[in-house]
Design a binder for this molecule. Sequence first.
Ligand SMILES: [Zn+2]
Length: 227
Amino acid sequence: MCLTYDDGLDSHLDVAAPALDSFGIKGTFYCTGSSPSLHRRLGEWRALSTSGHELGNHSLFHPCDGARFEWVKPEYDFRTYSISQIKNELYTANTLLTAIDGKQDRTYAYTCSDFKVGGQIFIDSIRSLFYAARSDGPMAESIDKMDLHFVPSWGVVDPSGEDLIKYVKKAEEKGTMAVFMFHSVGGGYLNVSTKAHRELLTYLAENKNQIWTDTFINVMRYVKEVR
Ligand SMILES: [Zn+2]
């Protein structure tokens, strides 16, 4: 099981990480390079990594497909990006994250789960930059056939604790892995409430002998090993 948190938000430092720490669970934080929180609270983001959580690449400027989202600025619209442009951006974001946490292996979370620039798929073009990458989409039927550079996840929007736990149980039944994609925690956009988040963590902690929860990169390392 992987708990991932996108966009480098203050609520990750203030709500999500303290909750994870109180249960001894590690998460993955896909922090955008231009995140204001990263700018203001760099030391706290570094400390997050030192305490065992993962800092992942979520680009520098969070470019997305402007046809899907109104808020995308013209200069960060994937429709007019080139493959070399996104590759350079992700490469530079890797350097930024390494300057923060000293790590070489990095995972990526597709911004808005978009994987095309100017109509061209860039998944293969960025493979060499990352150990693995997270997308969205239905839970994998098994860990055997997953493309580790396009791992599905569930982008939650105001779920109840029960919804979240149900998803974990579904993964248990299938004998596969599940990945949660969170954004705001405890108030904000694409939110998960503090209560629902805590209920999920409580379930994972109570069942830790049956359910392994770890950072995305650690789970990916295991998947590569067992294959
Ligand atoms: Zn994002």
